[in-house]
Write a protein that binds this ligand. Structure first.
Ligand code: EPS
Length: 392
């Protein structure tokens, strides 16, 4: 059974999104401020839609925390949807006084048609409300709890945008320069697209601006890095214990993510082994690598190097110039439904993928180092680090 479990509930225009996180040790300092910081980061990004002008996502801690410290009990978080005020007659739980007209024109690229067929729904809104990327607000809130747990053992997770709509940021830089607190990280977070290069940011903004006039949308690529992980998280002994598989599955579950790579994944596939596998050295009592093509994982186990992962996000499915579809009620050809939506949400996807990485890594940390209390966990992590010969 996972050591850190979490479940979300709620629809995009319903009353709220909720998430319960179970398995966090007692004694972790946790306040709404840290959670709200990540929720605010998720709302940003040039190309985000009109909903972001309505919402001010904040988490209400409804259980599991007392006096700023976790209790070892399930942590309940709730994020109110301010937009619900505009949807009361159409998204409340009670029987409608006047049933809203069913939405019967599924959008290609979203869960609309497959979901309506699967759950035998006549109104596609019954599907799209839960399938909406709005749900990622709950994931980010849960991820912020996991991030606090990782930070307590000096593990840091951060993301940057590598490409939008085929416009790439060619910057090659040590991730410590933008992953750890400092001017590099501050500059990245201040960027309207969370990208390292100012030139690339300008070109990406142009690309987003041009599609906005054509009723189209863009996707892109994000990179997530985790620093400070102890050696030995995950395992090669069973398919479902391999940390690369757990990370890839979690990240693939994020809305619109259609490909994930660990380390130099796709590029390494075209190179020789002698150029790919990371030579081992030993310095100051610690095993090191002269490069990190593997991205910090070998055999599904952390090897002490920076964990690096990239994820590819498909373009947003709602197009203002809609694609052909079929009306579920008449079976006649029709233009797909167009909902208010984003033009590009790649910067937000980086924050969501960070959250998923934090949740998987926190689970793997508890799996190896256990601990009902933070005092127990910290003692165990230090013992593991000493034993693995890796100093923080
Ligand atoms: C989102 C909220 C939603 C969508 C978006 C992400 O708000 P609304 O539907 O009210 O505009 O904008 O979801 C999608 C674009 C999608 O395709 O699911 C959010 O809070 O992130």
């Amino acid at each position: 059974m996972p050591h850190l479990r979490w479940l979300t509930s709620g629809e995009s225009h319903g009353p709220a999104l909720s998430v319960i996180v179970d398995g966090v040790p007692a004694g972790l300092s946790l306040g709404a401020e840290a959670i709200n910081h990540d929720l605010a980061r998720r709302q940003l990004g040039y190309g985000r839609g009109g909903r972001m002008k309505i919402e001010r996502d904040r988490a209400l801690i409804e259980g599991g925390v007392r006096g700023g410290e976790t209790l070892g009990a399930p942590i309940g978080l709730r994020i109110e949807n301010r937009d619900f005020a505009n949807w009361q007659g159409r998204m409340g739980a009670e029987v409608f006084e006047t049933a809203p007209a069913p939405l019967s024109t599924p959008r290609p690229g979203h869960a609309d048609l497959a979901g309506a067929l699967k759950f035998d729904r006549r109104d596609v809104r019954d599907v799209l409300e839960r399938a909406s990327a709005r749900e990622t607000a709950a994931r980010v809130a849960a991820g912020a709890v996991a991030r606090a747990l990782l930070a307590a053992v000096e593990v840091r997770v951060a993301s940057r945008v590598c490409a939008i709509g085929g416009v790439e940021d060619p910057t090659e830089v040590d991730p410590r320069q933008w992953c750890l607190p400092g001017p590099g990280r501050d500059a990245l977070e201040a960027s309207s697209l969370r990208v390292l290069s100012a030139e690339a940011e300008e070109a990406m903004r142009e690309a987003i601006h041009s599609v906005s006039h054509e009723g189209d949308t863009l996707g892109g690529v994000v990179e997530v890095v985790a620093l400070g992980l102890p050696v030995g998280l995950g395992s090669y002994t069973q398919w479902d214990r391999k940390l690369d598989a757990r990370l890839a599955g979690a990240v693939m579950s994020v809305h619109a993510i259609k490909a994930v790579e660990l380390g130099d994944g796709w590029a390494a596939a075209g190179r020789r082994g002698s150029a790919v596998h990371d030579p081992i050295t030993r310095q100051h009592g610690r095993y090191l690598r002269t490069q990190n093509v593997a991205g910090g994982l070998e055999g599904g186990v952390t090897n002490g190097e920076a964990l690096t992962l990239r994820a590819a996000m498909k373009p947003i499915s709602t197009l203002r110039r809609p694609l052909p579809s079929v009306d579920l009620l008449t079976h006649r050809p029709v233009d797909a439904n167009t909902e208010r939506s984003d033009l590009c949400a790649v910067p937000a996807a980086g924050v969501v993928v960070e959250a998923m990485v934090c949740l998987v890594l926190a689970d793997a940390l508890l799996e190896k180092c256990g601990g009902d209390s933070m005092r127990e966990l910290l003692r165990n992590v230090e013992a593991v680090r000493q034993q693995m010969g890796a100093h923080p």
